[in-house]
Design a protein. Structure first.
Length: 117
């Protein structure tokens, strides 16, 4: 069994920053990638960012340099830290951690991010 635990959501004003953390545990012998998706109110879930086992990072088009994904440390391939800066109201969404392990997708419960003045 695989468990993904997310933390760091909350409410912030436009232009502010938040840091989301995801830690995978359980049967995680070969994590291919760990990353984040989000689902804004009334919309489909969309890709935000991912870091692969070799350290390659990918971002959704809307990120435009505002978000950075990393690991808690160089050896912690079971972690995904999403630093979000210059947040906008349209970034309001439930953010979900995603892990790809042996070709299978695993999901966290989600954490709410609200950007509002």
């Amino acid at each position: 069994q695989v468990h993904l635990v997310e933390s760091g959501g909350g409410e912030v004003q436009p232009g502010g920053s938040l840091r989301l953390s995801c830690v995978a545990s359980g049967r995680i012998f070969n994590i291919n990638a760990i990353g984040w998706y989000r689902q804004p109110p009334g919309k489909e879930r969309e890709f935000v960012a991912r870091i692969t086992s070799d350290g390659t990072t990918n971002y959704g088009d809307f990120v435009k340099g505002r978000f950075t994904i990393s690991r808690a440390n160089a050896n912690a391939k079971n972690t995904g830290i999403l630093q979000m800066n210059s947040l906008k109201p349209e970034d309001t969404a439930v953010y979900y951690c995603n892990a790809i392990i042996m070709g299978f997708d695993y999901w966290g419960q989600g954490t709410q991010v609200t950007v509002s003045s």
